[in-house]
Design a protein around this ligand. Sequence first.
Ligand code: B1M
Length: 211
Amino acid sequence: MAILEDIAIGVEKGDEVVVGDLTQKAIAEGIAAVDILDKGLVAGMNVVGEKFKNNEVFIPEVLVSARAMKAGMQKVRPLLTDANVRSKGKIVVATVKGDLHDIGKNIVGMLLEGAGYEVTDLGSDVSKEKIMEVVKKEEVDIIGMSALLTTTMTYMKEIIQAVNDANLKDKVKVIIGGAPISQSYADEIKADGYAPDAASAVDLVKGLLGR
Ligand code: B1M
């Protein structure tokens, strides 16, 4: 359907107004919300995610596209809830305690949302108590932690310990990322996965959840 392709192109171009208007028009034409999401909004964001991974676009473009996608998401979200369409999984993202760097974490959250996951963004400087409060209350599949400082990355281990202490290790996966983080650090603290960038984080989540 041409309108869905146009929505995808609008997301790629980061045209917030066009995406909002076209999404509204698609809803009025009776196109299923799940198709608008998958074949329009998410399709466009997937292209951006791939380009970002290949260094063909950069952070400003990703942020603008993510904002455009959100303009469409706002319109389809109530319909998806009404139609009882399940998200592909629930992910909590946070920058760990003591760390205010949130740009990378925001991009990770947006790309995950664009890929069809339900994302709860707890913000930056987030304590293990706050994360565990949410994990215990909601059906969370994955905790995604970000850290940009060598002094704060060690806190990730404490969060994994808190998940273990709550006997939730089998139920909730923990993934980590951020400039000072590496696969060997993830192995050392027994995280379930590490992604070097936001597009890889989406692939990692797909692999861990199998959807
Ligand atoms: Co700060 N800072 N900063 N800073 N800052 C760094 C990180 C630093 C490397 C700069 C430097 O010295 N060269 C350095 C850390 C040194 C170290 O620990 N080894 C540093 C420092 C020292 C500090 C302060 C201590 C400075 C001071 O006050 N003396 C201070 C600390 C404040 C605090 O957090 N408590 C500080 C403050 C700040 C600002 C507030 C000014 C600002 C942050 C604004 C904000 O985020 N809202 C800032 C910035 C912007 C940077 C740099 C310049 C850029 C970071 C960034 O946003 N990159 C940074 C230097 C650098 O990294 N080159 C630096 C772009 C972003 C898209 O990349 O976050 O890496 P990144 O995210 C990537 C991947 O890492 C990955 O995907 C993202 C997209 O591809 N990823 C994940 C990230 N999280 C992930 C999670 C995942 C998976 C992948 O799964 C869950």
